[in-house]
Design a protein around this ligand. Structure first.
Ligand SMILES: [Zn+2]
Length: 295
């Protein structure tokens, strides 16, 4: 059984140099962002996974953009929580800390997590990139709505009313390709191409060079601690990183409200059952001090 003692873990992490973190959806749970797993998971009458492919975008870019415009709007309404700020502070205090996040919600960047220590494995909802793959990227576009055609995804309704966009009986507005954001590079060359969300879709590779960078960091030497936050250590891709870190000597600490997330942990590892927004500031307090969330 893994250890659960906060003070024991504090001693370990206080004296640690090389720290790796892997974050999943649970990191943003305390920010109130809806996750698709568990809750029936449909968006209108679509499986969200069926909208997250280049093929779906090629067939109906307006529909796919409405889905992502809605997710951008939800993410912008949410605020980074204490766990995001705690990790951002850890990055400022520990030079050899690398944080991998599977979240596309932009909350770690908005908590001012230093870019040098943050790798967004699945991209960012707020980056725009060329669908034609000419290489054009516009990072961190927080404008909401992104363009007039996507305004129906950026409306707020009282809690007792369903947003028309989310009601599958109401047809979605028809959006012309030319009403979506366009790639300025391709336009200059006389080829029109829409911009798409800068997230990694099913069947796509992770952003260029990112895996190599992570591998290089891992290869540099012993890893003292690996934090697995809001995702299960035994499920891929977390499992792959956890194994790599263990092979480099890391003690693994899992932060998760779900007890099944401790699967695969040994007696020298740690398991903190609960919200990472509660546990992370607590176990890191000697290093980062008190975590303040700006109003
Ligand atoms: Zn382009």
């Amino acid at each position: 059984m893994p250890r659960t003692d906060v003070n024991e873990f504090k001693q370990l992490i206080n004296g640690s140099t090389r720290i790796l973190a892997l974050c999943g959806a649970g990191l943003s749970a305390a920010s109130g962002l809806p996750t698709f797993r568990g809750a029936g998971g449909l968006w209108r009458n679509h499986e969200p996974t069926s909208l997250a492919t280049p093929e779906a975008f090629a067939i109906d870019p307006g529909l796919v953009w409405l889905f992502y415009a809605w997710r951008r709007h939800m993410a912008l309404k949410a605020k980074p929580n204490k766990a995001h700020y705690a990790l951002a502070e850890l990055a400022k205090k520990k030079e050899h800390f690398l944080c991998l996040s599977q979240n596309v919600d932009g909350l770690s960047p908005r908590a001012s997590h230093p870019t040098r220590s943050l790798r967004l494995l699945h991209g960012n909802l707020f980056d725009l990139k060329c669908f034609n793959q000419c290489g054009y990227i516009e990072p961190n576009v927080l404008r909401d709505p992104l363009c007039p055609a996507l305004a129906p995804a950026a409306e707020d309704y009282p809690p007792d009313q369903t947003m028309p966009l989310l009601d599958p009986t109401i047809p979605t507005p028809k959006i012309k390709l030319s009403d979506l954001p366009q790639c300025p590079n391709c336009k200059e060359e006389g080829k029109a191409s829409p911009l798409r969300p800068g997230v990694v879709w099913f069947g796509e590779n992770l952003p260029d060079g990112m895996l190599e960078e992570v591998d290089d960091w891992v290869e540099e030497g012993k890893i003292d601690v690996m934090l697995v936050i809001g995702t299960a250590a035994a499920v891929y891709p977390a499992a792959g990183y956890t194994q790599m870190a263990k092979a480099r000597g890391a003690v693994v600490a899992v932060f998760n409200p779900d007890v099944s997330a401790r699967a695969g942990l040994g007696g020298n590892d740690f398991f903190f059952q609960g919200d990472s927004a509660y546990f992370l500031p607590k176990v890191l307090e000697d290093i980062i001090g008190e975590v303040n969330v700006p109003e």
